[in-house]
Design a protein around this ligand. Structure first.
Ligand SMILES: NC(=O)C1=CN([C@@H]2O[C@H](COP(=O)(O)OP(=O)(O)OC[C@H]3O[C@@H](n4cnc5c(N)ncnc54)[C@H](OP(=O)(O)O)[C@@H]3O)[C@@H](O)[C@H]2O)[C@@H](O)CC1
Ligand SMILES: Nc1ncnc2c1ncn2[C@@H]1O[C@H](COP(=O)(O)OP(=O)(O)O)[C@@H](O)[C@H]1O
Length: 508
């Protein structure tokens, strides 16, 4: 596996714990200096991008009482030394002493309000020291600045109002265009409402990688951000079609024939030894016309050579397809083969109520969107987790995966993939055009092809993460401006050989 493929993910509390020994050793000022340097550098990039220069631009910082405010003040001092008109609004009656002294010494000005011509607003009110709940400080011009296109909002470490440990947001939040975060990726900036409020996220190394690595080695569960393609199963020289992997798809019905076309075509384009399809006769004919290399079957039993099976896209209430779900569950139970359950298969599972937990083999991955996940949690008798989904989406998905004993992949702008009791992977993408009918069917097709071809030792969560990343990258390639001008069919072509952009540390 590529060493950079999965980047560790921490809660704010974990970063604070990792920091503690460095602070005890008296290294706090150096850590803060590096944080401020990183923040000032990213603000300078914004200024150059927006104004074409740094000298003579205007940056105002909202400064809180703690070390987060200290980072902001030192960053403003650095910017002032580069000719920026740097101002600070102290939102509390306390401020970081040394930071304030450095800011003053550099020629920075304290102010009570935010002017209309400010180029960048730095939010350094609260970072990892948040104690929950947040109300916008009463600063004249703040609401206007937050709404103005010409003012970039840059959060220092975490947007104020976001819980860096969970992704939950307070009633009010300072939504950022860019968050410059220190030490490592923080979970709360990657998922849920916290991800929406964080904008693009850049991680600045402040010299605590060793402490974080030690901390991670001791953690019971590994949590990572998917930064690059985790697994790329490629055909070997000696492969033949059956050794390479056979993906079997159960999809499509009289009502939703297109779902079968999308998932099967995506599987074929992703690449595997063979794709087989179980569907009603007319659906098989339709799919064969679109993709002649597939092998159709009208018997619900899983073909003996299948190495991975996907059930669900568009199967609706078709009785044959429902029977195929049982065949697939039985097959995965007997063989340990990888099984992807999506869309209508999840609805059928939810109809089984609390029984559903007894029927899921460990080699299964469920791929619900938020609505489907809620329905599954309720059906399984875990309404408590529905409530947790908002407050702490990652732990809710992890707990549910542990409860079911199989992998759960929650789809959305941030995708959370949790394996029972071992690892969690998070993928965050700026591709709102993916919110289009059928794009989930495409994901299922990509995933089942990768599951069919990946070696037996590759964890299912990593295969799923690869599929999610390809899907997201395909959308970004098709639609770099995020205008949403594409449909799910176009996504299939773009998934094929999607360029893998190494983006360690940044999320557009
Ligand atoms: N440790 C280090 O050396 C390094 C730390 N670093 C930086 O420090 C940050 C952590 O600093 P921190 O621990 O001082 O906490 P911080 O985020 O500034 O906030 C605490 C203050 O905010 C307030 N407050 C809290 N909740 C609130 C709420 N809901 N609504 C309103 N106010 C609220 C609370 O004030 P109080 O209510 O007590 O008056 C408290 O005093 C971290 O994110 C990173 O940026 C880096 O420089 C690297 C080195
Ligand atoms: N706003 C968004 N930003 C990024 N990705 C999204 C967004 N909304 C949906 N997606 C992705 O698009 C896909 C939609 O899947 P799904 O809801 O099952 O659609 P369908 O059932 O129509 O195929 C998922 O992969 C999901 O992660």
């Amino acid at each position: 596996m590529d060493a950079e493929a999965l980047t560790p993910l921490y809660t704010g509390a974990e970063v604070r714990q990792a920091e503690a020994p460095l602070l005890e050793a008296g290294e706090g000022p150096q850590l803060m200096a590096r944080a401020a340097w990183g923040l000032a550098g990213e603000v300078a990039v914004q200024l150059r991008h927006r104004r074409g220069r740094i000298y003579g631009t205007r940056v105002t910082g909202l400064i809180g009482p703690g070390n987060n405010g200290g980072d902001g003040l030192f960053a403003l001092a650095l910017l002032r030394r580069r000719g920026v008109d740097a101002r600070a609004v102290l939102v509390s009656d306390r401020a970081h002493d040394q930071g304030l002294a450095a800011f003053r010494q550099a020629g920075g000005r304290l102010t009570q309000s935010i002017d209309a011509d400010v180029d960048v607003l730095i939010d350094a009110v609260i970072g990892t020291g948040t104690s929950g709940g947040f109300a916008l400080p009463q600063v004249p011009g703040l609401t206007e600045a937050l709404a103005r296109e010409s003012t970039a909002v840059v959060a220092c470490d975490a947007p104020s109002g976001v819980d860096p440990g969970t992704g939950a947001v307070a009633q009010e939040v300072i939504a950022a265009d860019l968050t410059v975060t220190f030490g490592g990726h923080k979970l709360g900036l990657m998922v849920g409402a916290g991800a929406q409020a964080s904008g693009r996220v850049v991680v600045v190394d402040i010299g605590m990688a060793g402490e974080l690595a030690r901390f991670r080695a001791e953690a019971a569960r590994s949590r990572s951000v998917v930064a690059a393609e985790p697994v790329t199963p490629a055909p070997r020289r000696q492969d033949h079609k059956y050794s390479r992997g056979v993906a079997h798809v159960v999809a499509g019905s009289h009502r939703y024939p297109g779902a079968a076309v999308l998932s099967v075509r995506a599987a074929v384009q992703t690449g595997c030894g063979m794709v087989t399809l179980y569907a009603p006769g007319p659906v098989v004919s339709l799919v064969t016309a679109a993709q002649p290399e597939i092998v159709g079957t009208t018997a619900p039993e899983i073909p003996p050579r299948a190495t991975a099976v996907a059930v669900g896209p568009g199967i609706a209430e078709d009785p044959g397809q429902c029977a195929a779900l049982d065949c697939a569950l039985d097959w995965a139970q007997r063989t340990g083969g990888r099984l992807v359950l999506d869309a209508s298969a999840l609805t059928l599972l939810a109809e089984r109520g609390e029984q559903l937990t007894a029927q899921l083999p460990a080699s299964t991955v469920l791929t619900p969107h938020l609505g489907e996940l809620r329905a599954l949690m309720e059906a399984a008798g875990r309404k408590d987790l529905c409530e947790e989904l908002e407050a702490s989406p990652v732990t809710a998905v992890e707990d549910f995966a542990g409860y079911l004993g199989c992998t759960v992949l929650l789809k959305g702008a941030s995708t959370i993939i949790a394996e029972p009791r071992s690892r969690t992977l998070v993928h965050r993408v700026q591709a709102p055009g993916l919110a289009t009918a059928g794009s989930g069917d495409v994901l299922t097709g990509v995933l089942v092809a990768l599951a069919a071809t990946a070696g037996p030792k590759v964890p299912l969560a990593e295969i799923a993460a690869t599929a999610v990343r390809r899907h997201g990258q395909a959308a970004c390639r098709l639609d770099p401006q995020g205008r949403g001008g594409f449909g799910a069919s176009a996504l299939i072509e773009a998934c094929n050989g999607a360029a893998i952009r190494a983006s360690a540390g940044t999320f557009d």
